[in-house]
Design a protein around this ligand. Structure first.
Ligand code: GDP
Ligand code: MN
Length: 397
């Protein structure tokens, strides 16, 4: 689950990580109130108006603006709220901005002394360790730094059972070129950040920039936080942080129907039971000259209702030129699945414009094939994978 910057910062703060503080607002008037409140709280006279969308690179797209008066806060907030923000990390269509974060300006006079760093935390699945990736080159696109000056990116592996050791936090502060007060504050910052990463069951923390202020404080100016969906039962208070408006509507619909669905870019829709078989099916589609349009695991029960929902979700994508259904009938018999497919097909016959290739294997596979062949419907049956692949190739040519 991805979070907005302001939500990520709330979590960081709750674990004692110093952040650039602010208040979220959904109208220009609220933005002005928020700016006044920030002035009361922190004494700040300048504010940063920051678009809240699930994508980085907002600054480049005009979604982060400095305001030096309350009038400017109102003006910038009016510009940003409701805008369609296009950044290097959004699609070309961009994302609609529903709210802004009115934050304290932390780059106060003293530009010469401030420094921006990059720090992220994530799991290295191959090594089975957490890793902290960090760089002196904060505030810009880390991919560019990786490409142009890879020697300026460091990484530190953390054994999850031992946790972050103090010498590691010191090494990070040292490699970032800090000394004295800012060194001590960075050690504290990194330790608190790692603790927050573990306790919140995050799969990613990306803080870019981490700022060293002119008075040697260290704070998170930006926060990209992703929480492991599988851990949400442990964090009932995080569940409400989900913002469905930021998610692909088709994926939301699939989730509600209990389907594991991921949209891809290709032209062959697939409907499969079991994630492993779904992966193999995507390979078959590739081998047959197509490109998978999605990953879709219908799970154990492939009844008419679920199949119909799955068909509708796949067909909502107008790039789809054929659908390959690949079901292994183990617990659920193939003839039951075939009946489900036929019933669903009959219900939405007018809606289906592309060939459907059904490959059923397992218990009663022959019976199922016969049912499909004799149905008189435009559904092509197959039992072996080779046959199914050949039919997909034919459908695409
Ligand atoms: P992103 O563009 O989506 O990564 O959003 P960030 O939160 O990283 O902000 C983008 C840029 O805005 C930062 O790299 C800073 O250069 C600038 N910025 C952020 N906060 C402040 C601030 O408090 N004062 C000033 N002057 N600039 C800021
Ligand atoms: Mn950033």
């Amino acid at each position: 689950m991805n979070l907005h910057e302001y939500q990520g910062k709330e979590i960081l703060s709750s674990f004692g990580v110093r952040v650039q503080r602010g208040i979220v607002a959904t109208t220009p008037e609220q933005a002005v109130e928020a700016a006044k409140e920030m002035n009361d709280k922190t004494g700040t006279n300048w504010w940063v108006v920051k678009a809240q969308i699930h994508a980085g690179g907002r600054g480049k797209g005009g979604g982060v603006k400095l305001a030096k008066t309350l009038d400017e806060v109102k003006e910038k907030a009016s510009e940003i709220i409701g805008m369609n923000l296009i950044t290097p990390q959004t699609s070309q269509k961009g994302k609609k901005v529903h709210q802004v974060f009115i934050a304290e300006d932390m780059y106060y006079p003293g530009e010469a002394e401030i420094e921006e760093f990059y720090i992220s935390m994530l799991l290295d699945r191959v090594k089975g360790k957490n890793v902290i990736i960090y760089s002196t080159e904060g505030g810009m696109d880390i991919e560019t730094v990786a490409e142009k000056t890879p020697s300026l990116i460091f990484s530190e592996e953390i054994d999850p059972s031992a946790g972050l050791q103090n010498f590691q936090a010191r090494k990070i502060a040292f490699n970032l070129g800090l000394s004295g007060e800012s060194f001590k504050n960075m050690v504290k910052f990194v330790s608190a950040l790692y603790n927050a990463y573990i306790k919140s069951d995050a799969t990613l923390f990306e803080i870019n920039p981490v700022l060293k202020t002119s008075d040697n404080q260290i704070a998170a100016v930006d926060a990209k936080v992703t929480i492991d969906n599988n851990s949400l039962f442990r964090h009932p208070d995080y569940v409400k942080l989900r913002d469905i408006r930021e998610e692909d509507p088709i994926e939301v619909q699939a989730g509600e129907a209990g389907l594991n669905f991921v949209k891809l870019e290709g032209n062959v829709g697939c409907m499969v039971n079991g994630a492993g078989l779904a992966m193999a099916t995507m390979d078959i589609i590739k081998l047959s000259g197509g490109d998978p349009a999605n990953f879709l695991d219908v799970g154990g029960t492939a009844d008419a209702e679920r199949v119909e929902k799955a068909f509708r979700i796949i067909l909502a994508d107008d790039r789809v030129q054929a659908i390959l259904v690949n079901i292994f009938g183990g617990i659920v018999r193939c003839d039951r699945v075939a009946q489900g497919i036929l019933d669903a097909y009959k219900n939405m016959r007018d809606f289906i414009k592309v060939p459907i290739i059904v490959r059923l294997q397992g218990t009663n596979a022959e019976v199922a094939k016969k049912m499909i062949d004799e149905s008189g419907l435009k559904v092509i049956s197959a039992i072996t994978l080779e046959d199914a692949a050949r039919e997909v190739t034919k459908a695409l040519s």
